[in-house]
Ligand binder design. Structure first.
Ligand code: ATP
Length: 259
């Protein structure tokens, strides 16, 4: 079976979203398979976050259709998206400095034994998830305030794994990180793919994108503006699609690329 014949984990068709007079997204398509990292790139205001918020149930499209596992779905809330296996790490990470790693992973969904919070089970499961991610965080009991920016990002990613998601959306996970921490986070992204998840990676950084993505989807002014195989795409061609600067000659249409 070729990649195109597989049912995507998530497929968005003809997504349109307006904020008053602003057309944030117009007729946008996006799909992601299992074991695939799709980078969503574009200039400021291209519509990346708006699209991510729709997969995450934070925003709803004005038109278009979203399928998960081949079934059309409604995602009226983040809870609805979560229940269907979509997990998102937004830029603010939503972690608590005063709590340790385990407490952050289980924030708002603590495991309980019959009468009390089951700290032992949570810690064991936190250790398992960190191992799965190949994280270098020293202990599941380390207070978050002692972790580096890269390790915090790892905790935020690990937190999504607690809910057994199928699709993970990462919004600029390396935005504020040093080179070493960026490399660590990119390893985690690869690990998510190895675990069989579909990953949507929003990024401004072409080096990161080319290091981990299988496919690159470009948005420009709220519209699809090119699909590239990350292994073979030239930096110039992707940049041209992002900025609209260069003729489309060498760009590959989304219809010609195996997803
Ligand atoms: N809540 C909102 N109300 C009004 N306009 C919005 C809102 N959210 C986004 N927009 C507009 O929609 C367009 C797309 O924004 P979006 O944040 O999705 O772009 P982006 O590609 O994620 O940009 P960036 O890389 O700067 O985060 C922009 O013109 C933005 O100003």
């Amino acid at each position: 079976m070729t990649a195109d014949q597989r049912v995507p984990l998530v497929a968005m068709h003809g997504i349109t979203k307006r904020f008053g007079a602003i057309e944030a997204l117009v007729d946008v398509d996006l799909h992601v398979h299992a074991h695939e990292v799709v980078a969503l790139v574009g200039d400021n205001g291209a519509g990346k976050s708006t699209l991510a918020k729709m997969i995450s149930g934070v925003l709803q499209p004005d038109a278009g259709m979203i399928e998960i596992g081949g079934e059309e779905v409604a995602l009226p809330s983040p809870q609805a998206a979560h229940a269907l296996g979509v997990a998102t790490v937004f830029q603010d990470l939503a972690l608590c400095d005063n709590l340790d790693v385990t407490a952050n992973l289980y924030l708002g969904r603590e495991l309980r034994s019959r009468f009390a919070r089951d700290d032992g089970r949570m810690e064991e499961s936190a250790r398992r998830v960190l191992r799965e991610l190949k994280s270098r965080i020293p202990s599941a009991r380390t207070p978050l305030r002692n972790l580096s920016a890269g390790q915090r990002q790892a905790v935020a990613i690990a937190r999504t794994l607690i809910g057994n998601p199928r699709i993970i959306v990462l919004d600029e996970p390396t935005g504020a990180l040093s080179v070493a921490h960026t490399a660590e986070v990119l390893t985690h992204v690869q690990r998510l793919r190895d675990l069989g998840l579909g990953v949507i990676l929003i990024s401004h950084n072409m080096n990161d994108v080319r290091a981990v993505a299988d496919r690159i989807e470009v948005l420009r002014h709220g519209r699809n503006n090119g699909t590239f195989d990350a292994a073979t795409a030239s930096y110039e061609d992707v940049l041209a699609a992002i900025t609209g600067a260069v003729p489309l000659g060498r760009r590959t249409s989304s219809r010609h690329i195996a997803g």
